[in-house]
Design a protein around this ligand. Sequence first.
Ligand code: MN3
Length: 252
Amino acid sequence: MTTRRDFFKKGILAGAGIVILSKSFGSENNPIDFAETLTPAADGDFTLPPLPYAYDALEPFIDKQTMEIHHTKHHQAYVDKLNKALADAKITGVSLDDLCKNVSKYSTAIKNNAGGHYNHSLFWKLMKPNGGSVLSPTVPNSPSGKLGDAINSTYTSFDNFKIKFSETAMKVFGSGWAWLVINHDGKPEIGSSPNQDNPIMDTSELKGTPVLALDIWEHAYYLKYQNKRADYIANWWNIVNWAEAGKHFEGK
Ligand code: MN3
């Protein structure tokens, strides 16, 4: 059995790990374009950003094997294919942000893989260890500050917001993403995108600055949850990094 004391110990250790890793991860002050990871390196290639926690840190909500394959195989493949597509098109020195914002000018290969790199880089940062276990109650996890206020005033309550966001995520047909964005009126808006599209792309129906991102591709949950997408979504709420989401909301 996990005791309450173990819980705190785990929490402190996990917290310390984040501090150490975030130094090498860089870009803590710029979470929206997280410049250091998303700008091509000097040789012109994008690189896979390290996870800001261990592969098993999101257990039991997302399992270690899924995280490891998702990061080292799927995300790495988007990075590699993006670099190849850019090299083939002889494009250098364009930031990932600018590739996405002007994606209508580029090939489908650049669009899909720039989106894949951008979305996953965001997704990892918007989750954090909860410290819970299947045998113990989880740490309550909800937004506070300006983001919490905006969610309450737009959706009447956090619970109602969760229902609306989860419904949107359930309705994504095939592979895609569910989002909370700040739209052009400065208001929170829930929506989804197909494939690896995202709300900063000039081709996207949903437009705005991403605040929350949830990967609805089966590779994000199939090993643990199989066809039970609803359970994956319900468990994901335990590991949302609301502090990070709040920074995005406030444009910090
Ligand atoms: Mn994915």
